[in-house]
Design a protein around this ligand. Sequence first.
Ligand SMILES: *Cc1c(COP(=O)(O)O)cnc(C)c1O
Length: 381
Amino acid sequence: MPLQLPADIASRSTPFYLYDLTLLRQTLTALQAAARPRDFHVHYALKANANAEILALIREHGLGADCVSGGEVQRALDTGFAPQDIVFAGVGKSDAEINLALAADIWCFNAESVEELVVLNELAGAQNRRARVALRLNPNVDAHTHHYITTGLEANKFGISVSELAAVIELLSTLHNLELVGLHAHIGSQITNLTVFADLSQKLNEIQDWLSDRGIMLPHLNVGGGLGIDYQRPEENPIPDFEAYFRMFEENLVRRPGQQVHVELGRAVVAQCGTLISRVLYVKRSQQTNFAILDAGMTELIRPALYGSYHLIQNLTSQGSRQIYDVVGPICESSDTFGREVALPETNRGDLIALRSAGAYGEVMASNYNLREKAPAVYVG
Ligand SMILES: *Cc1c(COP(=O)(O)O)cnc(C)c1O
């Protein structure tokens, strides 16, 4: 699927984020077509992209909201997500954030530590409420992804380790303002090897057996998010293989009778519908390298600088013969580089450049470092 550009692109100032809402709708339709017949409930992870236009479509397609801050809980409420469709995770929920979520009566807190459970119990009591909680477990499953986006190993800060579970269940029996409704796990992001989700399922099965032996049946299981996308070939693979993803859980995760299973996807929903559009400011030729210097940088899209991530770079203007460029931004940091030794058609000042698959963890991570203005969002489709 080739990139859909706005008709007036020639006169638009750059950089800007371009979102293809037709592709987003197709992605959401494919997602629900795979999830619903198998009775999976999908929550969208707002942290991937929280633009109102995008959230409105996501809500219309019947997804819930997975939030990791008070700001995201508020945004979800403001965009019309029902409180009973909102979950709230995060290792460091502040009292103000917890109080906001309690007052809104969101569906569930995914609690990440004993210390948090104690505070949550106290704050719920002060509001005369009972908070529903799921325990975020650290299942010690290796997601085989970048170490900065792996979250399910003992060494990570996230979740409660399985060895603590007995003590936590014991403690919960004394925390009368909390109702334990489920287990939660989220082991990492950009997971393309689906057997990782089978490993996670096996771990959850073992934990559920352990709970069953103690007479505990929890009505909800939340297996988190993390499904990856094809950054190399966004045009060939614009929509992730949701069928294979849900099949993996269907075949490996043992559900207790009546148990509801939830997933929380961010990247897989929105990454491919977004593109960062910029122009070439200068082509600077040096003895070793030709630099294509863009008017977009790490202030608009930090993933390459932060995690060494790959984004497909396309010259939308030139049809010339291929040459090799280091594609960089204008920011005063050497890490402000989108790609080294990239083959592009001969590139000149003023050419339009697309950085593909930037809909997730792109605009939401923008900063105004160097006092740069925020790049606007433009919608097509
Ligand atoms: C970030 C996050 C997600 C979504 O991750 P993706 O890789 O974007 O699918 C889901 N759940 C939690 C708790 C998260 O922090």
